[in-house]
Design a protein around this ligand. Structure first.
Ligand code: MF3
Ligand code: CO
Ligand code: CO
Length: 253
């Protein structure tokens, strides 16, 4: 679970590539483009420009490069050439790049075209939840500190935290221990140590926390049909705190 300096250097590269996929696709996320087209563009960029592997392809039978989760979709939405983006949609694009055997996993939200204030608020507060979780990370802190910071901020804003899916350890293995819950009590759970790598990826709902999986075997929606948002980063615990391996250039940590 603890990575060496050399291993972290490889995680740094994988993380940077994953963040660059999101940066590349961002200007293309506009009304009229389909999630299938966005997927193909990300796939070709990873394979042809980054000389890397789209880690979602073939993962437990998944066939696409990105997950594209629209509106009431909580996570694992499947890209679709028939589904064109429209004004007012909120979209999460989640991508994992594998480079030299190591993984970087990240996602961000998009407000498509003319957005509605209630959606802007959900998207922004969910990003703040991620950032508040990240700020807890340092040696000697606990996983429960991360979950608690996220839960408190979400509930202070009258949102709910999805409990059915969580963040995860990451390295040469895409999903490994520990599980990183987005709710919980401070001072509980695993104690963080320098060199641990994991994701934080809160899914925050406008309504209740309950989810339902669709018959396609992947898509997860809110049970009540109200919108959901998610942001994800991969990070490493450093001697003094954290390093966000999937930081985009617009972000300051
Ligand atoms: N990237 C997702 C995560 O954050 C997992 C997607 S698995 C897939 O862990 F197969 F649906 F792509
Ligand atoms: Co993840
Ligand atoms: Co992800």
């Amino acid at each position: 679970m603890i990575k060496t300096t050399e291993q972290i250097e490889k995680m740094r590269l994988a993380g940077k590539l994953a963040s660059e996929v999101l940066e590349m696709v961002t200007p293309l996320v506009k009304p009229g483009i389909s999630t299938g087209e966005l997927d193909k563009i990300c796939h070709d960029f990873i394979v042809n420009e980054q000389d890397a592997i789209p880690a979602n392809v073939g993962y437990k039978g998944y066939e696409k490069t990105i997950c594209s989760s629209l509106n009431q979709v909580v996570c694992h939405g499947i890209p679709d050439f028939q589904r064109k983006l429209k004004d007012g949609d909120i979209l999460n694009i989640d991508v994992t790049v594998k480079k030299d055997g190591w993984h970087g996993d990240t996602s961000k939200m998009f407000l498509v075209g003319k957005s509605q204030p209630h959606n802007e608020r959900l998207v922004n507060i969910t990003q703040e939840c991620l950032y508040k979780g990240i700020e807890q990370v340092k040696p000697g802190a606990y996983l429960g500190d991360i979950g608690n910071a996220i839960q408190v901020h979400a509930e202070n804003n009258h949102y709910s935290v999805v409990e059915d899916y969580c963040g995860h350890g990451i390295g040469e293995i895409y999903h490994e221990d520990p599980q990183v819950l987005h709710y919980g009590q401070a001072g509980t759970g695993l104690e963080l140590r320098e060199g641990m790598c994991f994701t934080i990826e809160p899914m925050i709902n406008l309504g209740t926390k309950y989810t339902k999986a669709l018959a396609d075997g992947w898509t997860v929606e809110t049970k009540d049909g109200r919108n959901s948002a998610q942001w994800e980063h991969t990070l490493v615990v450093t001697s003094s705190g954290y390093e966000v391996l999937t930081k985009r250039s617009e972000e300051i940590f």
